[in-house]
Design a protein around this ligand. Structure first.
Ligand code: MRU
Length: 343
């Protein structure tokens, strides 16, 4: 299994995803600033992986605080937490992890205990995310037929989840069950997570994958060459509306128009019941340079304006089912999501 992130006794090792697939470069980070930059620059990315990285970032920051007085320590820790929380706004998993870390810090009495508890909590968050993705993959694989062609968007495997994968985990599990699946992977402009990372991960597990441009998805659906679409999620609102990589909404509309089932796979740490609908999900706006340039090479004329929302929201009525580690939710989503959150 690819290790996207690892806790190495007071340091964190990450596989730099911006350099894949050309180079497999591991970075060892020992302070919260470099971890926060790694998250913001997408060296580590994908909603569950961002949550795990954020928790480790807080643990690293806590270990570096020298104050021994609890009040002063907690004040400095709050600065660390604020910096980590400001890295990326959309993935719910980051804020789930940050809240857990904050609560653990407040529950312990002396500074040494707090530091140990924060490290232990970050390691626990990592293990729980990994377990959740394995479990949800097992539920999701039930929806996949033998010889299915699955269309997916962005990257949702071990790199994005630090575990088994969400959408890609479902595919890996289906293959492990002996189902002869094939995958159509969208390249996922602008940062090409599909072309660079999904193809790389699927090749490693021997699942046949064909790379297509984002705009070719409708062509293949209309020809009847797609049996289902499976994507991950960055945040799911209480009514089932789902934020995921930009382009997901267009895929969902095309899927509905062409009678292709559209599945979302995510751990429950991605669910945010404090938001009534997807309209309230904060959408990250990234630099226009990610569009005017491809891997550092300018492709648009100097002075071209570019708008770069990193995610979009798919309304729940385009979603056939949401797959989590607690089972499969279908309409009415509000009720199913509430039940999963509370058990
Ligand atoms: O900007 P990214 O690469 O972090 O976006 C990732 C995605 O949109 C994934 O599809 C998502 O996090 C869900 S599954 C890991």
């Amino acid at each position: 299994m690819i290790k996207a992130i690892e806790w190495l006794d007071n340091r964190v090792r990450i596989l730099d995803q911006t350099r894949l697939p050309r180079e497999e470069v591991y970075l060892e980070l020992d302070d919260e600033q470099s971890l926060a930059s790694a998250i913001a620059e997408l060296k580590i990315r994908g909603a569950p992986a961002i949550g795990v990285a954020g928790a480790y970032g807080i643990a690293l920051g806590a270990l570096k605080i020298e104050s021994e007085a609890r009040g002063e320590f907690l004040e400095k820790l709050s600065g660390v937490i604020g910096m980590i929380a400001a890295t990326r706004p959309t993935a719910r998993n980051l804020f789930q992890a940050v809240d857990r870390m904050r609560q653990v810090a407040e529950a312990s009495e002396d500074v040494e205990q707090i530091k140990a508890a924060l490290v232990a909590e970050a390691v626990r968050i990592h293990a729980e995310e990994a377990r959740a993705t394995r479990k949800l993959s097992q539920f999701g694989a039930r929806l996949i037929k033998d010889e299915a062609t699955i269309l997916t968007h962005c990257n949702t495997g071990p790199l994005a989840t630090t575990g088994y994968g969400t959408a890609l985990g479902v595919m890996i599990q289906a293959k492990e069950q002996g189902k002869r699946i094939k995958v159509l992977a969208t390249e996922t402009r602008p940062l090409l997570q599909g072309a660079r990372l999904t193809t790389w991960e699927l090749q490693k597990v021997d699942i046949p994958v064909t790379l297509i441009t984002d705009s070719a998805a409708g062509y293949f659906m209309r020809r009847g060459e797609v049996d289902c679409v499976i994507v991950g999620a960055d945040r799911i609102a209480a009514n089932g509306d789902t934020a995921n990589k930009i382009g997901t909404y267009a895929l969902a509309v095309l899927a509905k128009e062409n009678n292709v089932p559209f599945y979302v796979a995510a751990p429950t740490t991605t669910i945010d019941c404090s938001l009534a609908s997807g309209d309230e999900i904060p959408i990250e706006e990234r630099s226009g340079e990610e569009i005017t340039h491809i891997q550092g090479v300018r492709i648009a004329p100097e002075g071209t304006a570019a708008a770069n929302p990193a995610f979009d929201v798919t309304p729940h009525d385009y979603i056939t089912a949401i797959i989590t580690e607690k089972g499969i939710i279908k309409e009415p989503y509000g009720e199913g999501i509430r039940n999963q959150e509370s058990n």
